[in-house]
Design a protein around this ligand. Structure first.
Ligand code: AHR
Length: 515
């Protein structure tokens, strides 16, 4: 029989042991600190005239049998409204530098057709143009971000497009807009000057592009009531010299943002991995490469700090996401790929990292919204599925415009073959009403992880949580089985004053909200 005093000694000994060997996985959240806001535009999107992104994905035309509102697919529209996307970039991508906006206005039956040389050589009938795009962003309640043509366009063409969209007074372009049915100017803010000017946008040197930018930006006018946020075409991932030359050669008052593109490619560009078939080592390779965006943002920011220590100019990561082989039997020029729990982890890790860089990162745009690359929505003729990536964006909504909180994470590792990473990946923020948001990805496919969270600085009374998980790292939704991966309530946690114990399921992304 154990006496009372012996019991007491045993409890004390257990406490001492747990004190001396603190939890293997623990997270301390500095809930009462923080002064940097996570710009909601970090959760932005991108839809290019590429494959079935616009045509068939967003736009089916008013005469289509697919349920539509004024030509826009109703299902996709509603899914994007639900996701509360903050902005949508259009019309490209590489397409932007061969797009002539005047082809996409006026009576649709009279609009000229062109060849989409970048993407599949298909006929572009220009039925989705400026009015269709601007009406769409209005319908889904998001901000437009247009990229103008530098590569094959002219200063005059871009200047007139802005006049057409933003000028309220009497002028040839404003009058033309009115004639085409739009009385009020749309007052667009985000304007990109070319895309990938180092490659598909004209194969320019950074010095040459910097000069071109100065010319184009001069005639990208700020009309009354609509000051543009001008975005210079930025570097391809690790090309730090591009950022350095642009920051040096473009007067800082002439730009507001500098773009950057970063794709996660498993294997090599020539021999990319498959979207749904991969082993665990390949899985970790993808996630490790996605996580390198942390180093990438740090490196470009450090260069920008030299010229702009106040961090006024934002990095605009206007293309990011996974790029796998296209699905068998689909047009290689359409970049259609499936989307699995691995993509969900890529999204979770990337967004966690983006939040961390919120001071310099003003916007990011997932490539791309519907049916292209790491899409949030896939469609066939009449149906739609929401991908695991969609659900991560949905889970992460509370981070938008919240205050970034610092935290200290200790995580165990997971390794497969020659790949190794921390199993947990976290971001923390505080919403305006004081709620603390904790997003956690457990990338270990085989192990539930017990995490001790210390909510330092708040007296939390309650916690709510949601998550996504699935049996396998390649689990994904199909048109036959649309809800293999879906958002659900999460209950596996216990709050005791400032201590929160969470059992983070294997292969899951969790969002906890403490109040
Ligand atoms: O998103 C697909 C393509 O990737 C874009 O058109 C281009 O900017 C990038 O190379």
């Amino acid at each position: 029989m154990i006496t009372k005093s012996l019991k007491g000694i045993m409890v004390l000994a257990a406490m001492l042991v747990s004190f001396l060997s603190p939890a293997q996985n623990r997270l301390i959240v500095n809930a009462d600190q923080g002064d940097i806001k996570i710009n909601k535009h970090i959760y932005g999107h991108f839809a290019e005239h590429l494959g079935r992104s616009i045509y068939g994905g967003i736009w089916v035309g008013p005469d289509s049998n697919v349920p539509n509102e004024d030509g826009y697919r109703k299902d996709v529209m509603q899914a994007l409204i639900n996701l509360e996307i903050p902005n949508l970039r259009w019309p490209g991508g590489c397409f932007a530098d061969e797009y002539h906006w005047t082809d996409g206005i006026g009576d649709p039956s009279e609009r000229p057709k062109m060849v989409n040389t970048h993407w599949g050589g298909v006929t572009e009938d220009n039925s989705f143009g400026t009015h269709e795009f601007m009406n769409f962003v209005e319908k889904i309640g998001t901000e437009p971000y247009i990229t103008g043509n530098v590569g094959s366009g002219s200063v005059e063409e871009m200047s007139k497009w802005i006049e057409y969209i933003n000028f309220d007074g009497v002028s040839p372009m404003a009058d033309l807009r009115r004639k085409n049915g739009q009385e009020e100017p749309w007052k667009i803010k985000y304007w990109g000057v070319g895309n990938e000017s180092w490659g598909c946008g004209g194969n320019m040197t950074p010095e040459y592009y910097a000069n071109e930018y100065r010319r184009y930006a001069t005639f990208a006018r700020n009309y009354e009531g609509s000051k543009l946020y001008k975005i210079a075409g930025g570097a391809n991932d690790w090309d730090l010299n591009w950022t350095d030359v642009l920051m040096k050669n473009i007067p800082l008052h002439m730009m507001d943002g500098l773009s950057l593109h970063y794709y996660t490619v498993t294997g090599t560009w020539e021999n990319k991995g498959k979207a749904t078939e991969f082993d665990k080592q390949e899985y970790l390779e993808t996630l490790r490469k996605a996580a390198r965006v942390d180093e990438l943002l740090t490196k470009h920011s450090t260069i920008m700090d030299k010229y702009d220590p106040e961090k006024r100019i934002g990095i605009i990561l206007d293309e990011w996401g996974t790029w796998f082989q296209v699905e068998p039997g689909t047009n290689p020029g359409f970049l259609y790929q499936q989307n699995t729990m691995r993509d969900a982890h890529v999204a979770a890790i990337s967004l966690n990292i983006f939040n961390k860089h919120a001071e310099r990162l003003h916007m990011a745009n997932l490539a791309q919204t519907v049916n292209v690359l790491q899409a949030v929505i896939l469609t066939n003729e009449t149906e739609m599925i929401l991908t695991p990536t969609y659900h991560v964006f949905d889970l992460y909504k509370p981070h938008k415009d919240a205050t970034l909180l610092s935290h200290d994470l200790k995580s165990e590792e997971v390794s497969f073959g020659k790949e190794k990473m921390e199993a947990l990946n976290v971001s923390t923020s505080r919403s305006e009403d004081g709620t603390v948001n904790i997003s956690i990805a457990n990338i270990n496919p085989d192990k539930k992880i017990d995490l001790d969270v210390v909510l330092r600085g708040i007296d939390a009374k309650s916690v709510t949580a949601e998550f996504i998980t699935a049996p396998a790292i390649n689990s994904h939704n199909t048109f036959e089985n649309k809800e293999v991966v879906k958002k659900a309530d999460f209950k596996d946690f216990k709050l005791n004053k400032e201590n929160l114990k969470v059992s983070v399921p294997a292969n899951s992304v969790v969002m906890l909200r403490a109040k």
